[in-house]
Every structure is written in C-alpha cells, then in structure tokens.
Design a protein. Structure first.
Length: 289
C-alpha cells in the first residue's frame, strides 16, 4: 500500500475530499459546491455546446441529450477530468465507469422542470453505488432553477408514478409517490465550473428557469465496475479510471470528431438500447424531448 493510500485508510480522507466531506456525503447523500473545471473553461465549453447545437439544428433534445460524450470528443474529455474523477473515486473506489451523460438545459423563462424523484428507480442497475456529478456550464442559481435535494433521503427507495408531464425533463416525468416536505429542501446553487455530487437514491428535483439566461447543466453518472445492468438485455458504459475486470457493459469509445458518421450511428444504437431499459413497461422507444 502506498503512502497516500495508507494515509487515506487511516484518516478517511481521499484524493480530493477530506474525511469530513466524505462523511457528510454518506450522511446527507450529496456534496455542493465542489470545483470541477476553471470558470473560463466552463465558459468555453458553453460556447462549444451552443455551437454544436447550431450544427444539430437547435438545442439538444430526445436521444441527443443522452450519452452525448459519444458524439462530441470534448464532452468525453470533460467526463474524464481528473478533479471530477478524484472526487468520485473517493466515494466509489478506483475502478470507475461512466454509465451515461445528459444535458439538463432550461431556456430563459422556460417552464421546464424536474419533479421530485430518485434516479435509481428505472435505471435497472444492480446496486445504488452510483454518483452523479452535475457540472454547471452556466450559472445555476435558485432563480435559474437550480437542483434541489432532500438531505438524507438516499437511505430508502420509494415508489414512483409516471406522469409524462409536458414540461418535465425526466424520461417518464416520474415523481415519488410519497409526500415530500419542501421545507427540508436544499438548493444546490452552482457557478460555472462548479459541480455537485449526489447519490443515485437522493430525492431531488428543480423548478423552472425564471432568469434571463439559459441554465445548462451536464450530468455525468459514474459507477464502480462491479455494478451491472439487471433490467435490460443490453447496456454500455465507458471506462474512465482504473481497470474493468468484470466487463458487464459494452465498452464505449471516444469519438474522433464532432458528429462523426460512425459515432452518430453508434450513439443511435446505444441510446436506443438504453431507452428500452428506461422505458420498460411503456410503449415508448426513444428518449423524450
């Protein structure tokens, strides 16, 4: 065991997170705010996102919102950013996969919202050992509809109901089928370049964007390599750190260029397979807008 590993074992501290932060995550189910990338880099990434949206013909929607790291090499690089991976490693261990990425974009004065829900409900994964890094590429303020969480709600899986509500950004418009005490909610406000980390079972949601600017968030879902898909016939993931001795998922590859034809075809194939898992029990085949 190396000196850093020995110190980590003795103190509970990690590469990026101190012992107190790790304990707080275990207790509350989230950490916020944490540094992810420099603010100038976030601004540059936002410009690239908006340039790519123009190439795509408008804001990313439907399947384009998901697994976008398979279409844009600089998003693949973002999900492999060392400060992000260091923090996630402190929570999940050294062998990490990225299972999915998604844009959560709300236009200025947009009615879009995210209902109270738990991510694990429809993902079909064998274990709740999943951490989402939510990286802000624009200001995620309370007025802009920042994510809200219920501290400590990650200890229990709740039943959900599907609403498919028109302005809900979730795949099914799902919401927890229990009463949520809004007075306990914590707003996870983020400046560009900051991130929050949240547990796959924490109850969370967000309000519409009432600000004059877009709210652009990039959610990256990480899991240790021993986790597997148990609800779908096929799933894929990208190895982002360490080794994958289990190979439960089809291996994803970094695209060579933006919207490369082969990458677009592969993205279509893999997001369609994942959508079948997420929408199981419904007649939907693709991600909703």
């Amino acid at each position: 065991m190396g000196q850093h590993a020995a110190n980590q074992h003795a103190t509970g501290a990690g590469k990026a997170l101190g012992a107190a932060a790790i304990a707080r995550y275990r207790n509350d189910g989230f950490l916020c705010p944490l540094p992810a990338i420099p603010a100038a880099e976030a601004q540059a990434l936002r410009a690239r996102v908006e340039a790519s949206e123009r190439v795509a013909g408008g804001p990313f929607s439907g399947n384009q919102r998901h697994k976008c790291h398979l279409l844009l090499p600089w998003l693949w690089d973002l999900m492999c950013t060392p400060p992000i991976l260091d923090a996630v490693e402190d929570l999940l261990g050294p062998n990490l996969l990225c299972w999915s990425t998604s844009f959560f974009t709300k236009e200025a004065h947009d009615p879009s919202f995210v209902s109270w829900h738990q991510d694990a409900t429809y993902w079909g994964l064998s274990s709740p050992e999943v951490v989402t890094a939510w990286v802000a590429l624009s200001p995620s303020t309370v007025a802009a509809g920042a994510m809200r969480v219920i501290p400590g709600s990650h200890r229990e899986q709740h039943a959900h109901r599907d609403t498919f509500a028109e302005h809900n950004l979730l795949t099914r418009g799902q919401e927890v089928a229990v009463e949520v005490d809004d007075a306990r909610a914590v707003d996870l406000a983020l400046a560009p370049g900051e991130m929050s980390l949240h547990h796959v079972l924490i109850v969370h949601g967000s309000e519409p964007n009432r600000s004059d600017d877009r709210r652009i968030g990039f959610a990256i879902r990480y899991l240790p390599t021993h986790v597997r898909q148990v609800a779908g016939a096929r799933d894929s993931a990208a190895l982002v750190r360490g080794v994958d001795a289990y190979r439960h998922f089809e291996a994803e590859q970094r695209p060579t260029e933006e919207f490369a034809p082969a990458a677009v075809a592969r993205h279509r194939e893999l997001t369609a397979a994942q959508a079948q898992t997420l929408y199981r029990g419904t007649d939907r085949q693709d991600f909703r807008a």
